[in-house]
Design a protein around this ligand. Structure first.
Ligand SMILES: C[S@@+](CC[C@H](N)C(=O)[O-])C[C@H]1O[C@@H](n2cnc3c(N)ncnc32)[C@H](O)[C@@H]1O
Length: 476
C-alpha cells in the first residue's frame, strides 16, 4: 500500500504546484521511481474521468479511511484501468473494494456518454481540449517590435494564416496587440528567441491582467505587481510601461523569487525592483509606495482553469468543489485572495487594481470580488468595479451574473472558459477608485484602440475555434 501513498504524495505536490511533473518525479526514491512515475502519469491522463467516477460514487464521503482525493485517484486508477490494486488486504483496499461494482458502473456510463470505444479514446477527449489552445507567444516589446517578430517568423517559413490549418500558420491575436498564435504543435522552448527573452511563452488569458491594468509608460509611473513569480505578468507590465517609471515586484517565496529574478534579467526589464517579501507585510504608508497608482494582484489560486499541454495533465476541471476537502481548500484560498485585495485598497494613491486568477471556481472569482466590494476598505477608498467598457470590451464571455449581488456587475468581469475560448480558464476583474486622477496613459489607450481595430490578416483564433465548435459554444 506504501506505493499508493507515495504516488498520492507526488500528486499532492503537483496540485500544490511544488514543481514540474519532471521535477517532482525526479525527487522520488530511485528504487521506486519508474513504477511510481508510471502510475502518476497514467492517473493524470485519466484524472478528469477518475474524478467524475469518484465523486459520483461519493467515495470520500463514505470511506473515511481514504484520506485524500489523490489516494482515491491512484487506487481507483489501478482498480479500473490496470490489473487491480497491487497491495495486500487492508482497510484502505477494503474501502475501495466495497464500491467495486459501482465504480465500474459509473466508469462504463461515462465511456458510453462520451462515445469512447477505448480507454485511450477517453483520455484523448481531454487531450483534445488542450489541443484546441494555440501555442501563444507574447512578443517582448522591451527587446523588439511585433512587426520585427512577424517578419522573422515569415523568414523562417511561417505564414499569416489559420494556425490550426497548417503547422506553419500563425496569426496576430485580436485582443492582445503583441500576442501571436501558432499551431499547438509548434515548439519554442529550445528556440533562441525564447532563450534570449525576445519571446515569452504565455497563454492568451494570462496576458489579460497586465493589459487591462494598462499602467502608463512614463517616468513618473509607480506600479506594484504584488505576486510576481515566475514573472510573465511582471515582464508584460514592464513592456507596457516601456521600461519607464518604477515597477515593484513582490514575491514571498525564496525559490520562486530567484526564478523571478532570472526571468526579469532574461526579459531585459530595467524598471523592475524585485522584492523577496510578503506583500501583506508591506505598509501602504511606506513613503516609497506613496505614488503607486496601479496594482496587479494575481495571487495563488486553485489553478483549476489550467489545461495547457504538459500542464493539462494537472488539470482539475471539475464543475465545482466536489468534496469537503476541496471546499475547505477553496474557502481558505478565497479568504487569502480577499485579504490581498483589501490590502491593495489601502495604498493611498492607488486608482486601479486588477485581481485575476486561473481558477474556474466562482468561490475564488465572483464571490471574492463581491466580498471585496462590500468591504470597509472599498468603502473607505471609494473602490468600485470599472465600467464594462474599460475591461476588454471586445471580449464577450463575462462574469457569472448569478454569482454577483448586482447581476449587472458581471459585465465588468472577464472570464475565459477552458476548451471554448482557445485559452486556459481564467478570471479578471478591475477595481477603480471613484473620481480617480490616474488613468491609463494616452499611449496605452491608443494601443488598446489599435488592438480592437486591428485588421487581422487571418480570422481571429477564438472565432475560428468557435465556428468549428459552434454546437458546443454559444454562451460567449
Ligand atoms: C499565481 S502565482 C503568480 C504568477 C505570476 N503573476 C505570473 O504571471 O508569472 C502567485 C505567486 O504569488 C506568490 N505569493 C502568494 N502570496 C504572496 C504574498 N502575500 N506576497 C508576495 N507573494 C505572494 C506565490 O508564491 C506565487 O509565486
Amino acid at each position: 500500500m506504501n506505493f499508493y501513498f507515495e504516488a498520492a504524495k507526488v500528486l499532492d505536490k503537483l496540485d500544490a504546484k511544488r514543481g514540474s511533473i519532471k521535477g517532482v518525479i525526479a525527487s522520488i526514491n530511485e528504487k521506486d521511481r519508474k513504477r511510481t512515475a508510471a502510475l502518476v502519469i497514467e492517473t493524470l491522463k485519466y484524472k478528469p474521468v477518475l474524478n467524475e467516477v469518484i465523486s459520483a460514487v461519493r467515495l470520500l464521503k463514505e470511506e473515511r479511511k481514504i484520506s485524500s482525493n489523490n489516494l482515491a485517484l491512484v487506487l481507483v486508477h489501478d482498480l479500473l484501468l490496470a490489473n487491480g490494486i497491487q497491495a495486500g488486504d487492508g482497510p484502505v483496499k477494503q474501502a475501495i473494494l466495497r464500491h467495486k461494482t459501482r465504480l465500474h458502473g459509473e466508469f462504463t456510463k461515462i465511456k458510453i456518454k462520451r462515445g469512447a470505444k477505448s480507454f485511450a479514446e477517453l483520455a484523448q477527449s481531454d487531450d483534445a481540449r488542450a489541443a484546441s489552445i494555440p501555442r501563444y507567444i507574447r512578443v517582448n516589446t522591451s527587446c523588439w517590435t511585433t512587426e520585427e517578430a512577424v517578419h522573422t517568423f515569415k523568414s523562417r517559413g511561417f505564414e499569416l494564416s489559420d494556425p490550426f490549418a497548417s503547422s506553419k500558420g500563425f496569426a496576430r491575436d485580436e485582443h492582445i496587440p503583441d500576442l501571436l498564435a501558432f499551431n499547438p504543435q509548434t515548439q519554442f522552448s529550445d528556440d533562441p528567441l525564447f532563450k534570449e527573452g525576445k519571446i515569452i511563452l504565455q497563454d492568451k488569458a494570462s496576458c489579460f491582467p497586465a493589459y487591462i491594468l494598462s499602467p502608463p509608460a512614463s517616468d513618473e509611473s509607480a506600479v506594484i505587481d504584488a505576486t510576481a513569480a515566475p514573472g510573465n505578468k511582471t515582464s508584460h507590465l514592464s513592456a507596457l510601461m516601456e521600461n519607464k517609471g518604477k515597477l515593484f515586484a513582490f514575491e514571498r517565496d525564496k525559490k520562486r523569487f530567484s526564478t523571478l529574478r532570472m526571468m526579469l534579467a532574461k526579459a531585459r526589464c530595467q524598471n523592475v525592483q524585485p522584492q523577496n517579501a510578503d506583500f501583506l507585510a508591506t505598509s501602504p504608508a511606506d513613503p516609497q509606495y506613496a505614488s503607486v497608482t496601479h496594482i496587479l494582484l494575481d495571487p495563488s489560486c486553485s489553478g483549476s482553469g489550467i489545461v495547457n499541454r504538459l500542464d493539462h495533465l494537472l488539470e482539475t476541471v471539475i464543475p465545482e468543489a466536489e468534496n469537503e476537502g476541496d471546499h475547505e481548500r477553496l474557502n481558505k484560498l478565497a479568504a487569502f485572495q480577499l485579504t490581498m485585495i483589501k490590502h491593495a485598497m489601502k495604498f493611498p494613491a492607488v486608482d486601479r487594481i486588477v485581481y485575476s486568477t486561473c481558477s474556474i471556481h466562482a468561490v475564488e472569482n465572483e464571490h471574492v470580488v463581491r466580498r471585496a466590494l462590500k468591504s470597509e476598505e472599498a468603502a473607505n477608498g471609494r473602490f468600485k468595479l470599472a465600467a464594462p467598457n474599460d475591461v476588454l470590451p471586445t471580449w464577450r464571455r463575462r462574469g457569472l451574473a448569478e454569482e454577483m449581488d448586482d447581476p449587472a456587475d458581471a459585465l465588468s468581469l472577464v472570464r475565459c472558459s477552458p476548451g471554448e475560448d482557445a485559452t486556459n480558464g481564467f478570471f479578471v476583474s478591475l477595481f477603480v477608485r471613484e473620481n480617480a486622477h490616474a488613468s491609463q496613459s494616452p499611449k496605452v489607450e491608443s494601443r488598446k484602440r489599435g488592438a480592437e481595430e486591428h485588421d487581422n490578416t487571418a480570422r481571429p483564433v477564438a472565432k475560428r475555434r468557435k465556428k468549428k465548435k459552434a454546437a458546443k459554444t454559444g454562451s460567449q
